[in-house]
Design a protein around this ligand. Structure first.
Ligand SMILES: Cc1ncc(COP(=O)(O)O)c(C=O)c1O
Length: 458
């Protein structure tokens, strides 16, 4: 990789003058300009000054196979030359081949693929499918409601945001779409039901059953959940939780939507997160790791049984009435195909699993009073930082200081920013799945350095 600095004064000025960034108070850029990343390789990104960072967030939970995979770039360029665009109201080979590949990777008869451009669109599509399915299958009922969890994140569009259970992300845009309600997440560290019990009682899952009964099962279309809540603070489903959700759905004729936008494609140590718990959803949403971020793509995959509800004569109007210009873009599908070949050839979920144990062990060995809980699945890891034995969350500004100090030590980590007021106290690790043990060491060392810099222990 080249490491000489480029001419960046004007880049930084133009950034501040013209770009509108996500989740950022632009006034802060006057004292703290954004990091402009110029290039990347493996797990390392390089900024415009030539400074290297270990990217322990894989961009934004995306770059599963790591940066700099030449063969993905070649496939995308070749596709752009051959057929740069065609809509999926008709068809093209890259989408067909990718749908076939996804169907072969997904268990449980999940094999009908609807492509879109992002995780939000994949979720939006799942929600719309569930509502239309409810109307077409349960004739005479009015199934439109969706039950989701607080702290879950499902995307930025109005439907996906309505499923999102993070008030800080929602409140500026409310009121959102009617029909969505939320229950407590299975947060073992802070569980109202069983935090002090020797084992999880699944009472939080049973609350979903209660909610269905009170709402009226004939009004409920779907339950949506991330197998591991990611951006909301890395909350891992306890043993038995997802099977309980499956039971509730089966009992009441409700569709189970599992949002695998982060957990899909090896991130948790299995190809798909739900495989840890032996359940299969009716609908799964995918994005991010599907292309490892090399091109935008989302996918909503259903069972043939769900798809069957949309079959009929043209004049019945039971087909799925939605169109996306760029969904399933040939260049993105070509990139995804090669990306998935790499993932499968190198069996990267196995490395995620192995390095995860090592990295979690290294982090648990750090002696710092702020480390309250270290949890995760595969290479999706959260460190909940607390100030005292009552588990008082570390304040936002201190979290920012820790993350900045870790970055100063050469590692980029995430945080659950702007999720739920007072509970944005989780540092998040989600590095590329190619992470080596030596790189895991660097992450652990940078976290220790960052914590000590932000809050000296002696
Ligand atoms: C679980 C989950 N679902 C959906 C989304 C939305 O994806 P996107 O940002 O690609 O629209 C995200 C984004 O982080 C996510 O974490």
């Amino acid at each position: 990789m080249t490491t000489e600095p480029t001419r960046t004064g004007d880049l930084s000025d133009a950034d501040r003058r013209y770009l509108w960034h996500s989740l950022l108070q632009h006034r802060s850029l006057d004292t703290k300009p954004p990091t402009i990343i110029r290039e990347a390789k493996g797990c390392t990104v390089i900024d415009e000054h030539g400074r290297e960072y270990l990217d322990a967030m894989a961009g934004l939970f995306c770059v599963n196979v790591g940066y700099g995979r030449h063969e993905i770039a070649v496939a995308a360029a070749e596709q752009m030359r051959r057929l740069p665009f065609y809509p999926l109201s008709q068809s093209h080979a890259p989408a067909i081949r990718l749908a076939e590949k996804l169907a072969s990777m997904l268990p449980g008869g999940l094999e009908r693929v609807y492509f879109s451009n992002s995780g939000s669109e994949a979720v939006e599509t799942a929600l719309k499918l569930a509502r239309q399915y409810g109307r077409q299958v349960h004739r005479g009922e009015n199934r439109y409601k969706v039950i989701a969890r607080y702290r879950g994140y499902h995307g930025l569009t109005m439907g996906a945001l309505s499923a999102t259970g993070q008030v800080t992300r929602r409140k500026a845009f409310e009121p959102l779409v009617p029909g969505f309600s939320h229950v407590e997440p299975p947060d073992r560290y802070r569980c109202r039901h069983c935090q002090t019990a020797p084992a999880c009682t699944l009472a939080c899952a049973d609350e979903i059953d209660t909610r269905v009964r009170f709402e009226g099962p004939e009004t409920v279309a779907a339950i949506i959940a991330e197998p591991v809540i990611g951006g909301g603070g890395v909350i891992v489903s306890p043993e038995g939780y997802l099977p309980r959700l499956r039971e509730i759905c089966d009992r009441w004729g409700i569709l189970l939507i599992l949002d695998e936008v982060i957990t899909g494609f090896g991130r948790t140590g299995r190809l798909f997160g739900f495989q840890h718990w032996g359940v299969t959803p009716d609908i799964v949403t995918l994005a991010k790791g599907i292309t490892s971020g090399y091109a935008p793509l989302g996918a909503t995959v259903t069972t043939q049984a769900v798809f069957g509800a949309f079959l009929g004569e043209s004049e019945e109007g039971v087909h799925f009435s939605q169109v996306s210009t760029f969904g399933g873009h040939p260049v993105s599908c070509a990139a995804a195909g090669v990306n998935l070949d790499i993932l499968l050839r190198e069996r990267l979920w196995e490395n995620a699993e192995a390095v995860s144990h090592y990295l979690m062990g290294r982090i648990r060995a750090i002696r710092h009073p702020w480390i309250g809980d270290v949890r995760g699945k595969g290479l999706l890891i959260g460190l909940e930082l607390v100030r005292d034995e009552n588990r008082t969350p570390v304040a936002d500004r201190d979290m920012a200081r820790v993350a900045a100090a870790v970055k100063e030590a050469g590692v980029i980590v995430g945080r659950n920013v702007e999720t739920v007021a007072g509970l944005c106290n989780v540092l998040i690790l989600s590095p590329p799945l190619i992470l080596s043990k030596a790189e895991a060491d660097r992450i652990a060392e940078a976290i220790e350095t960052g914590l000590t810099a932000a809050a000296p222990t002696a």
